[in-house]
Design a protein around this ligand. Structure first.
Ligand SMILES: Cc1ncc(COP(=O)(O)O)c(C=O)c1O
Length: 354
């Protein structure tokens, strides 16, 4: 590729690689942590009702209605909420808003692989702190002496959750910088930092509607923090794209946040299926980390990760394999419906027999 006209800033940038979205055949799709259940019927109804000639008008740049619904759900005020086009965008805007070049941002070596990309894009110094051998977070390495910290809880791709008391220690040791907690998967079993927001002005909590609210296709995420921090993210947003959320997404997101019953029912179903799957895979000899997310991180002593991924693909099951040091032998498997997980386990059994 000829990068002659590319800016010097991006000549050596390695972008994030999203999981495969196959178009050629139908797979059991357990590779991008989507929710196996459809969005709430109320969400679909809200989208239908918003689909009319008002689409010629720009959407509300402040997303007031959606912010109110999110604030109400979390018991916060709307000025503590920032909404963006997926939490990837929210994370990117927060990296820009809160971290300063020359001041080293820290995050784990094994975590959501978008963090180093944002750091590189915004020319931030960063350090990837090695997780312990059991993939737990070495808390001591996050206690101060940095320009900000990013923690994914539960972590991706391991699914391991951190306790609120550990997060408190990190917040307290870093009073002058922002600690960002990415809770993309927290609603499947981790303790949320939302109750800590009133105590720690340096905390930003990031959520998405892609996972627990079945809206990956709509692109909605949000940040929660003090009104001052949220004003900082708004400052970046309004210097980049004033209308990140379209009219249909505003309607969908509001309805999704309001339909708490549906959210509770589907997230519980996912957690139940996860526990059944974990038990089955362990009985087949897999090592499965305890997961607080809508995915599990698995390995088998007799089958290398890359080979298992390919063998599953050949049998119509897509899972995610990261060809990276320390986790090459693992697969990240999203939790689908109970039937899909049974089919995945059957495929594993067949592969192991072969
Ligand atoms: C840890 C983590 N954070 C954030 C995201 C981004 O989610 P979205 O942009 O769909 O809100 C993902 C998506 O997979 C993720 O795994």
């Amino acid at each position: 590729m000829n990068k002659r006209y590319w800016s010097e800033r991006i000549q050596s940038l390695v972008p994030y690689t999203p999981g495969e979205q196959p178009k050629d055949r139908v797979f059991i799709k357990l590779n991008t942590n989507e929710n196996p259940y459809p969005p709430s019927p109320k969400v679909l109804q809200a989208i239908r009702e918003a689909t009319d000639d008002r689409l010629r008008l720009y959407p509300d740049p402040e997303a007031v209605q959606l912010k109110e619904a999110i604030a109400h759900y979390h018991g916060l005020s709307p000025d503590q909420v920032f909404c963006g086009n997926g939490s990837d965008e929210v994370l990117g805007l927060c990296f820009y808003a809160f971290f300063t070049p020359g001041k080293k941002v820290v995050f784990p070596d094994i975590t959501y692989s978008f963090y180093p990309v944002y750091a590189q894009l915004f020319q931030l110094d960063y350090e990837e702190i090695p997780l312990n051998d059991d993939f737990s977070l070495p808390i001591e390495s996050f206690l101060g002496n940095n320009g900000g910290a990013v923690i994914c809880n539960p972590n991706a791709p391991t699914g391991k959750a951190l306790s609120l008391s550990d997060i408190r220690r990190i917040l307290e040791a870093n009073p002058d910088v922002v600690v960002m907690v990415d809770e993309a998967y927290a609603e499947f079993g981790a303790q949320s930092t939302v109750p800590l927001l009133r105590e720690y002005p340096n905390l930003v909590t990031i959520h998405t509607l892609s996972k627990s609210r079945s809206l990956a296709g709509m692109r909605l995420g949000y940040a929660l923090g003090s009104p001052d921090l949220i004003a900082g993210v708004n400052c970046v947003k309004n210097s980049f794209n004033s209308y990140p959320i379209d009219r249909l997404a505003l309607a969908a997101g509001t309805a999704a946040m309001e339909d708490v019953d549906y959210f509770e029912q589907t997230r519980r179903q996912v957690m139940e299926t996860r526990e059944q799957t974990v038990a089955t895979l362990r009985s087949l000899g897999f090592q499965v980390l305890d997961s607080a997310a809508n995915f599990i991180f698995i390995s088998h002593p007799k089958c290398p990760g890359g080979e298992l991924q390919q063998a599953l693909r050949d049998r119509g099951v897509l899972v995610r394999w990261f060809n990276k040091p320390r986790i090459r032998n693992y697969l990240r498997v999203s939790i689908g419906t109970s039937e899909e997980m049974q089919a995945m386990c059957n495929a594993c059994q067949e592969i192991l027999k072969g």
